[in-house]
Design a protein around this ligand. Structure first.
Ligand code: COA
Length: 251
């Protein structure tokens, strides 16, 4: 039996809501069984393809997060959402129609899943666990834009491992907001994380995009995690971003 729809929560036109969950904190078998009831057959098959229970668990909690979050904003049961993916794998709501275009993006990493929602704008969210510090400079040199490598190298050596994740999450948030993932060349756009008052992006041909059409937000949801949100909306008209923790179907 699927869960009842929750009351609809307001999401103003100038807002983005980010909901966070710590999958490791959800251990109640009865609650996890309710999450499993939300999955469609395709999601069940995908979960079952994971070899390790931990990955199955994280997948289940992330699906529950997406479905219950969307149901905060529309009178739709969490199990009723149907999704379709674009050619690069980006999922969008396919049905039911709810009288507006609710957009979302999901990211997960060790110990954290995040979903961002807004009305009718391209958005991408990325969360990374920052306790992996190996090889960060080699990765930066290989994948980042030259200006980003220069900026990263300008920080004191002891900060570079942490700062690396600022660029990584921002870059992921942009390619996810574009819905194209790694089909976009990572070295053809560069973030300046030291710009004031907000992070800026610059593009190098052949990547054609307008820096003024984007805004970016950063957060540190836990001491172990870094988060970035990218959203296609004029940079001068700053959106309001709210981040909250949740336990799906509980609060
Ligand atoms: C697939 C990709 C879009 C995100 O991958 P990721 O960072 O490993 O994973 P995240 O947890 O942030 O995001 C995954 C979710 O994004 C969504 N997603 C999938 N394809 C997407 C796309 N093309 N655009 C936007 N969102 C997408 C899905 O909801 C997916 O969840 P699921 O895998 O549980 O179905 C892509 O950017 C990728 O493969 N990145 C690899 C990491 C990397 O090399 N980054 C370099 C940064 S410098």
């Amino acid at each position: 039996m699927s869960s009842p729809a929750q009351p609809v929560e307001p999401l103003a036109g100038d807002e983005v809501h980010i909901w966070l969950v710590d999958p490791d904190a959800i251990t109640d078998p009865a609650l996890l069984a309710r999450y499993a009831e939300l999955l469609n057959p395709e999601e069940v098959a995908r979960r079952d393809r994971y070899r390790f229970d931990k990955l199955k668990h994280d997948f289940l909690v992330a699906r529950a997060l997406v479905r219950t979050t969307l149901s905060r904003y529309a009178a739709v049961r969490p199990a009723a959402w149907q999704f379709e993916a674009n050619q690069y794998g980006r999922p969008e709501i396919h049905s039911p129609a709810i009288g507006g275009r609710l957009r979302f993006n999901l990211s997960h990493t060790r110990g954290l899943a995040a979903v961002a929602v807004t009305w009718d704008r391209d958005l991408g969210v990325d969360v990374e666990s920052i306790d992996r510090r190996n090889s960060t400079l080699q990765i930066a040199r290989r994948f980042f834009a030259p200006a980003e490598v220069d900026e990263l190298m300008s920080f004191p050596r002891g900060e570079q491992g942490r700062r690396f994740f600022d660029y990584w999450t921002l870059k992921e948030s942009y390619i996810k907001a574009r819905g194209m993932g790694l089909a976009l060349p990572l070295d053809q756009f560069a973030f300046c994380t030291q710009a004031r008052p907000h992070v800026t992006i610059a593009f190098t041909p052949p990547l054609e995009d307008d820096p003024a059409a984007w805004q970016f937000f950063q957060d540190t949801p836990s001491p172990r995690h870094r988060l970035a949100l990218g959203i296609r909306h004029p940079a001068h008209d700053r959106l309001r971003v709210t981040t909250r923790w949740t336990t799906p179907l509980v609060d």
